[in-house]
Design a protein around this ligand. Sequence first.
Ligand SMILES: NC(=O)c1ccc[n+]([C@@H]2O[C@H](COP(=O)([O-])OP(=O)(O)OC[C@H]3O[C@@H](n4cnc5c(N)ncnc54)[C@H](OP(=O)(O)O)[C@@H]3O)[C@@H](O)[C@H]2O)c1
Length: 283
Amino acid sequence: MGKMTGKTAAVTGANSGMGLVTVVELAKLGAHVVMICRSRERGEQALEQAKKQSGSSRIELMLCDLGSFASIKAFAAAFKQKHARLDVLVNNAGVVSLKRQLTADGHESQLGVNHLGHFLLTHELLEPIKQAPQGRIVNLSSGAHKAGKIHFDDPTLSKGYNVVKGYAQSKLANILFTKELARRLADTHISVNCVHPGAVATNIGVDRNTGFGKAVHRLLKPFFRTPLEGAATAIYLAASDEAAGLTGHYLIDNKIVATSSKTTNPELAHRFWTWSEKQVGLT
Ligand SMILES: NC(=O)c1ccc[n+]([C@@H]2O[C@H](COP(=O)([O-])OP(=O)(O)OC[C@H]3O[C@@H](n4cnc5c(N)ncnc54)[C@H](OP(=O)(O)O)[C@@H]3O)[C@@H](O)[C@H]2O)c1
């Protein structure tokens, strides 16, 4: 892994699972790491943990709810006040929602948080990323994208909601976004890639208010990867010298994996990009 001294990295969903271990590993490599979290309480606890585990004090907490465009804009403004340059952005946060829920802006929560939140966040941070000699954007997708479809006719899934339909749509969205953004940034120093981390024992799918889902996780834990094993490919893309030249790819276990035609269809990617811009108010 390349040394990251003098570099700044930002990680969303940094208080839990793969986000937290990514923070720790990037801090160990010498990066200044910004933990982007929605809950001050969970964020502060994780900040202490990350400092202890990495032995670094160059880690800071900033708050941002990816389910609210206003929160994302306020976060980005605060970030840009403090940091002129961002070397690495890991768009890691994600929700799995058993029940249909809407974000503050009225989008189905998984598409809203996992995709649209990161879509807007990335746009808001492009200026400081452009200041980095070799900016890197890493998006956490999933093999679940294979079951996904972009429901242009009913993007909030008001008819026939189920968790797989919603989560898979959002994870397909992560790949379409990665490929289209990489195309749009082809003549810059910025690389954009996404990963499938495997099945990983984290808090994914656990209801933060009720704890529902924890028992299932305990049962499955022995069969799943640890958060560090799961985060390895995202960390590789964020920090290794080897990955410096890669852009527009989907990786599993540090290897580029070919994806199905629905993820490589430029017309679909373009249509979805235009739709996303409209949703977040960029047009
Ligand atoms: N675990 C797996 O098997 C697996 C497989 C494939 C892909 N992935 C992907 O890997 C990524 C990391 O997931 P994980 O497994 O590490 O899950 P996790 O332990 O549940 O962590 C998810 C993180 O996202 C944050 N988050 C959720 N909603 C948010 C919002 N509205 N605004 C800001 N942050 C928000 C959570 O914050 P709170 O703690 O405050 O809720 C938490 O920090 C996700 O994108 C997921 O889709 C996971």
